[in-house]
Ligand binder design. Sequence first.
Ligand code: SF4
Length: 63
Amino acid sequence: MNILIKRDVCVGCGMCAGICPEVFIMDIGGKSCVMELSESEVELCEEKIRECADICPVGAIVI
Ligand code: SF4
């Protein structure tokens, strides 16, 4: 699974980092970014990652 954050679109609401902190982290600029994870680590969080993509208010998470 590839995860892309459209950083020019992210409004920094923090919902993704709140739901799935194993994958998403807020950077010092207040935008979400994706942690460096192995494919197996990503697979463990797949359901939450899909939830984050669904609830992002601006559709900034692309999987
Ligand atoms: S949910 Fe979307 S807008 Fe909010 S921090 Fe995450 S990527 Fe950015």
